[in-house]
Design a protein around this ligand. Structure first.
Ligand code: SAH
Ligand code: SF4
Ligand code: F3S
Length: 488
């Protein structure tokens, strides 16, 4: 059993861990008490992620007391950060591994079983040549058969003052273009129709690859054209060899793969949102008209203190360009309130920018100090937690206003939905998502499989979901598998 605590990248690592377990003959189970192996795939982005893990480990201690054969493994970002602390606090954990050695999880389990000692292996960095370091290169058990996450880049080269990701995920390394395209082509033949490309700063995807290629030109190792195409894609190989990001090329190439109907990606960094990415989104039908563009703050002083590399005006102007080029674009964002030193006036600027940006959805967070980050040192400027919570409430009210307006504006529209499965609240209904990632519930006239593409007419809308009338099934799915990976 694999439990996920973090972001999509973390969840994708879990799919790979489940894939490794199944390839080794393990069967998935629903509860820890039935499990032989429990892997906790951890996150450390905010403080509550830490406490969640230690709570779960406490609970697992009693499960292991009842079943001494149970093996508990802890991997992921918090393990990367707190390797020794986990080992010390939880001696009942058999294996601790990190973000750079997901592919070695079962070998480490074997080592632990043979030696009986706790095994801790945390690598400091991923070796670029080691393809196993990309979780997508490992076997997979997908949570749903028709949708796939594909890691295109690992690590992050930015240094946002609040963020722990670079220290636990390492430097940015892009996965070869040809590997990504081939993986998605194979997934499409397995019936996958929706892919989400994952990276911490997807807009800079490929810059490291093309820099490396450029450095090799003129030296002894001049790459062959076929090698250039495999590493950097055909458009790059056919054009000039100036080092540049390849994300727009990748969107076009993935969008052209037969059977892929929806391409999503997360996240682009506003400072690097280039016109070529916007153009590729606009010109490639299968790329969803949905942009997740993390704002973080609307105050230029706070943005500078965060080292985000853009101003509020520049953010808004990038957004206007994207909206002008891509009709009916849905926009979501991430915002942090209560960053150290944030004044009431600076917070009010965030409210103003959020109102002007008319977000369809926003993930809002109260700042949480993370050890080792620059902002965590600014203790004298920490904003009182209660003030942060109150600011977040006010921000939510602004975001909810624009998201409600956007939802209600869709009443009467006919929309295309990919069915996810029965609605959690009302099992007579099915739930699915539009290309804008809006959640829609509807009552089907007859059973419809997850992954089916259906057309529905929107009749009601609230902030979080829409109710629709079924119109017709547009296409049946072709995938076969469905094995659960549980949420943490
Ligand atoms: N690479 C992504 C972000 C990954 S983390 C990007 O740049 O968009 C996801 C979100 O968590 C961030 O966008 C940020 O809003 C939030 N976050 C990160 N560190 C945080 C912290 N220390 N306190 C509160 N929220 C944080
Ligand atoms: Fe963190 Fe910034 Fe990198 Fe995103 S871009 S992962 S917020 S350092
Ligand atoms: Fe993701 Fe959490 Fe790691 S957000 S990258 S799992 S710290």
């Amino acid at each position: 059993m694999v439990r996920t605590f973090g972001c999509q990248m973390n969840e994708h690592d879990s799919e790979r861990l489940a894939g490794l377990l199944e390839a080794d003959g393990y069967q998935p189970v629903d509860s820890e008490s039935e499990a032989d192996v429990v892997i906790l795939n951890t996150c450390c982005i905010r403080e509550n992620a830490d406490s969640k893990l230690y709570g779960t480990l406490g609970h697992l201690k009693s499960v292991k007391d009842n079943n001494p054969d149970l093996e508990i493994m802890v991997g992921g970002c918090l393990a990367q950060k707190d390797r020794d602390l986990i080992a010390e606090k939880a001696p009942h954990v058999g294996v601790v591994f990190g973000t750079h050695n997901v592919g070695r999880a079962l070998e480490l389990l074997e080592e632990h079983r043979e030696g009986g000692e706790q095994v801790v292996e945390i690598l400091e960095e991923t070796v670029a040549a080691d393809k196993e370091s990309f979780p997508s290169a490992l076997p997979v058990v997908r949570e749903v058969g028709w949708a796939a996450w594909v890691t295109i880049q690992i690590g992050c080269d930015n240094n946002c003052a609040f963020c722990i990701v670079p220290s636990v995920r390492g430097v940015e390394v892009s996965r070869p273009f040809g590997d990504i395209v081939r993986e998605i082509e194979i997934a499409a033949t397995d019936g996958v129709s929706e892919v989400t490309l994952l990276g911490q700063n997807v807009n800079s995807y490929g810059r490291d690859i093309t820099l490396d290629l450029r450095n090799r030109v003129g030296s002894a190792g001049v790459p062959e054209p076929s090698e250039i195409a495999d590493l950097a894609g055909r458009s790059f190989a056919n054009g000039q060899t100036r080092a540049r990001p390849l994300f727009a090329d990748l969107l076009r190439a993935v969008g052209a793969i037969e059977g892929i109907e929806r391409v999503r990606y997360t996240s682009p960094h506003p400072k690097d949102l280039r016109d070529d990415t916007i153009a590729a989104m606009a010109e490639t039908d299968s790329v969803c008209a949905h942009l997740h563009l993390p704002l973080q703050s609307g105050s230029d002083r706070i943005l500078a203190a965060m080292h985000r590399g853009y101003t509020a005006d520049r953010y808004l102007s990038r957004l206007s360009r994207a909206r002008a080029a891509i009709p009916d674009l849905a926009v979501s964002t991430d915002i942090i309130v209560g960053f150290p030193g944030e004044t009431e006036r600076e917070f009010a600027e965030t409210l103003e920018v959020a109102a002007e940006a008319r977000f369809d959805n926003a993930y809002t967070f109260v700042y949480s100090p993370r050890p080792g980050t620059e902002a965590a040192e600014m203790t004298a400027q920490f904003v009182d937690h209660g003030v942060g919570v109150e600011r977040m409430k006010r921000l939510r009210a602004v975001v909810e206003r624009s998201s409600k307006l956007a939802q209600v504006a869709r009443i009467g529209n006919t929309e295309t939905v990919i069915v996810e499965g029965p609605s959690k609240r009302n099992p007579d209904r099915l739930s699915g998502r539009t290309e804008h990632n809006r959640l829609v519930h509807f009552t089907p006239p007859a059973p419809i499989r997850g992954g089916s593409v259906v057309s529905v007419r929107i009749v009601e809308a609230s902030i979080t979901n829409m109710i629709a009338e079924f119109v017709e099934v547009v296409r049946e799915p072709t995938h076969k598998t469905r094995i659960p990976v549980t949420a943490g």
